[in-house]
Design a binder for this molecule. Sequence first.
Ligand code: IMP
Length: 425
Amino acid sequence: MNNTVVIGSQWGDEGKAKITDLLASKADLVIRYQGGCNAGHTVVVDGVTYKFHMIPSGILYRNTVCFIGAGTVIHPESFENEVNEFKALGVDFKNLKISPLATITMPYHIEIDGANEQCSGKNKIGTTKKGIGPTYTDKMARISLKIQDLYSYEALEQKLDRILFVKNKELEKVYGVDVYTKDCLMSLCERYAELFKPYVCFDWQELLNNYKNKTILFEGAQGVMLDVDYGTYPYVTSSNPIGGGASVGSGYGPTMIDKVIGVAKAYVTRVGDGPFVTELTDDVGDKIRNIGREFGVTTGRPRRCGWFDAVTMKYAVLVGGITSVALTKIDVLDEFEEVKICVAYKDCRNDNVYKSYPTDVFIHKYLEPIYETHQGWKTSLSGIKNYNDLPVNAKKYIKRLEKLIQAPVEIISVGPDREQTIFVK
Ligand code: IMP
């Protein structure tokens, strides 16, 4: 077996797309296992730009089967748009399969997400407003619709009665917005049933059994620090982007996983609100943002930028089950005289030093990063193909990161193209 999970190790947007795209070329089956259309990444192939949200990146390879697993949430209209955009670019969807157990994001989930963000003022999460939290909430509350329900009149009838009873009260009393009628939801579901029909894989057990001895790539979305259990809660998404999420959301158990590649930028970015100890709100942060073109694919929001945080990364290696790291966008630091790594946090109230990640995020506003400063390499890395050809200072920086985070760097990305990748032997 050579089955790999690719996860983000920071707050998402680490450049997973390029790494999954590279690995998807060798995979027989690619599985997206958590999250929804809150994810966003771009893959450029032969000058054509593909913007992904929900569809596994393996779809660009003709012979790779792509499976959207039970742990995901799917917003039908966004899915439809994504499929149509890709079809217009000539992408073939014969190999796309969707688990009947995936959960549907309904229009009211989006309304609730937006309303919650709007009325939370300074306590907002800074979500993508794609209805992710409210959909997962309903899944756990056992009042969500799964794709398979769209094809069972009996299940739909029964479920909609219960859903309308709970949701309409919430929509009317809590949010003061229009309620839904059963007819309205029924006709929406009829439309959704047609939309998903070509892709729903009712024999998914057979599919997964058939691929047991082949190469499987599990494609994570978001990042460890956005994990609902291990991230900077409550400033997180509502799923499990850690490596373990692949076992829950794909339909394969943990014994099917050989390795977990944690993708990390050579610096850190974050969109949305929440703690970020190494955030740079000065010219250095602006410089990283501009050189790294750090603006969200899904929302267009400028990303907050900061130096590499070895405290959160070491934590991500642990809870994410990361066996090796893909270090991306290191070329963004080419022009810097000095590069910094955060090796610990200091609590400015009492000088306490944290070498391990403190999970109580409400103290993070009192934490200051303790940095190690390294000489920059002041050389363009973008054309380098071999590890040995990297400048000495870049190698020192990478070696130091490996030591601090306790995981080897296996892949180094020095630019957006597939060729701009160094595989460390
Ligand atoms: P939600 O997933 O839309 O509920 O948003 C919750 C938090 O996760 C917010 O801080 C979002 O900005 C963040 N988030 C969700 N998806 C992504 C992603 O794909 N990349 C980066 N941040 C994300």
